[in-house]
Ligand binder design. Structure first.
Ligand code: DX5
Ligand code: ZN
Length: 232
């Protein structure tokens, strides 16, 4: 991963950009046994889990907050890739880092100071990056793209798991990869499975969030391998 000057120690711990990683989203897991669900995908060999944080304001749904992350931290050594779908990342981002999140993704639509936020999260020991909604053009993040450790491109409207992949939106990844070059991770989130993974990887994504395609399946290892094998 790129040696970002404001985060020289590189604490994200995901492998360098370019290696494709499947990152299960626990949004589709059984919330009553989250630690076990995470342990299962950890045993299947993933390096990170995706934590979807929703506030009922930025998106019309509510999930969980820092206290749950803090509890989960005790049960897993995976990278906690934390996707803040919330209106006030300035206030709550640091609380998630304090609770054990390694990477923070915040929405460009939720802040007017993205560069400052990235710096703050780096100074607190996390890696950081922006997320863009389907209707937001790449131009909105062009200026700060290269400050990010990882950029998250939504291929569904945020708020719910199990939605259909938006094929046109995914094409934004092609331009984004041209802008950031090979050293910054591009993550894609929404409707990723063994059918859509090859498409986004061909566009330049290297970090594949998969909720429904992993946690709705009885054997998570088989489900993860199906996605991995689809891009070989
Ligand atoms: C949607 C979330 C996603 C969600 C993806 O708002 O950001 O991370 O879990 O779920 P799937 O993979 O089921 O589309
Ligand atoms: Zn997400």
């Amino acid at each position: 991963m790129k040696n970002n000057p404001t985060n020289p120690e590189k604490k994200l711990l995901l492998p360098p950009a370019g290696t494709v990683e499947v990152v299960p989203s626990i949004l589709s897991a059984d919330f009553a046994k989250l630690a076990n669900e995470i342990a299962e995908v950890e045993a299947a060999g993933v390096k990170a889990v995706h934590l979807d944080i929703m506030d009922g304001h930025f998106v019309p749904n509510i999930t969980f907050g820092p206290p749950i992350v803090k509890k989960l931290r005790k049960y897993s050594s995976l990278v906690f890739d934390t996707h803040l779908m919330i209106s006030d990342p300035e206030t709550y981002g640091p609380q998630f880092i304090e609770a054990g999140s390694n990477h923070i993704s915040f929405h460009i639509e939720a802040t007017d100071q993205p560069g400052k936020l990235i710096e703050t999260f780096h100074s607190l020991g996390a890696t950081a990056g922006v997320t863009i909604n389907p209707e937001t053009p790449i131009q909105a993040i062009e200026e700060i793209a290269c400050l990010c450790d990882m950029i998250l491109v939504m291929t569904v409207h945020p708020g719910f798991g199990g939605q259909s992949f938006m094929a046109d939106t995914a094409k934004k990844i092609i331009r984004l990869r041209e802008i950031v070059g090979p050293d910054i991770r591009i993550e894609v989130d929404g409707g990723i499975d063994a059918n859509t993974a090859p498409i986004v990887v061909s566009y330049g994504a290297d970090t594949l969030v998969a909720g429904n395609a992993v946690f709705s399946k009885p054997d998570r290892e088989v489900a993860i391998n199906a996605i991995k094998n689809s891009i070989k």
